[in-house]
Design a protein around this ligand. Structure first.
Ligand code: PEP
Ligand code: MN
Length: 266
């Protein structure tokens, strides 16, 4: 087995290559304080450290819910502080970088912005002093070489606290929403020093496939896992079919902890 070197010893809970698999769970979209805090309570109760949530949503259809914007960031900041969780959200526009950076602990680049190089450069610039985590998703038609090359746009300003995130590719297959490239995990470990997260919700598209993909992510050696959780998925304003209830998420974490132990992780 090849030696795995930690990217940064300074930030062990940021999804880096340590013995702890970080979990980035939370709703697809932040919809209200009550909704967000219900998920936060569940996550904190499980002893996890991060909550994710969408404030600015990259929706295919402009008539779909676009996110609550700054109001969502306020809800995340308050909820994160209340439950002792770090917060992660997507930044879609260069003009929002500073604002998003001022509210959350981690900034996400979504699949659709994977080659938005000016956004990547701006995210690098706003995080250069804070070294806040940047979770950089692979585009759904991007090669690993393109992904690693684009990562340099973020890091060249001086922040190398980047977590790469595999979230599934667009292929001919329609039985799943996207085809999860599980091989990306060992390839990234071989070709880079960055930790790799596997988003198991967006490739699944439906909640009953999420546990199997999450177990695969643990078994393949993922450094972190992203899972969407909503208090009432049928009423969700985005990605309802793939979100787990807090009870389903709790069961899954219990399972994943047992499996992680087999690999000497927690
Ligand atoms: C998300 O994580 O909320 C999201 C929109 O993901 P992606 O960019 O992978 O589609
Ligand atoms: Mn989503």
């Amino acid at each position: 087995m090849s030696e795995v070197k930690p990217v940064s010893q300074k930030l062990p809970d940021y999804g880096t290559r340590t013995d702890e698999i970080a979990i980035f769970a939370g709703p697809c979209s932040v919809e209200s304080e009550e909704q967000f805090n219900e998920v936060a309570e569940c996550i904190a109760g499980l002893g996890l450290h991060w909550i994710r949530g969408g404030a600015f949503k990259p929706r295919t259809n402009p008539h779909s819910f676009q996110g609550l914007g700054e109001e969502a960031l306020q809800i995340m900041k308050a909820g994160g502080e209340k439950y002792g969780l770090k917060t992660l959200t997507e930044v879609m526009d260069s003009e929002h970088c500073e604002m998003v950076h001022s509210y959350v602990d981690g900034l996400q680049v979504g699949a659709r912005n994977f080659q938005n190089f000016s956004l990547l450069k701006n995210i690098g610039k706003v995080t250069k002093d804070s070294h806040k985590m940047v979770l950089f998703k692979r585009g759904f038609a991007g090669t690993i070489a393109e992904w690693l090359a684009a990562t340099d746009y973020i890091t060249m300003a001086g922040n190398d606290n980047v977590v790469l995130c595999e979230r599934g590719l667009r292929t001919f297959e329609t039985a799943t929403r996207f085809t999860l490239d599980i091989s990306a995990v060992p390839v990234i470990h071989k070709q880079s020093l960055y930790p790799i997260c596997v988003d198991v919700s967006h490739p699944a598209g439906v909640r009953d496939l999420v546990p199997a993909l999450a177990r695969a992510a643990v078994a393949v050696g993922a450094d972190s896992i992203m899972i969407e959780v909503h208090p009432n998925p049928p009423a969700a304003l985005s990605d309802g079919p793939q979100q787990l209830t807090p009870a389903q998420f709790t069961d899954l974490i219990t399972d994943l902890r047992e499996l992680a132990a087999v690999f000497g992780k927690k």
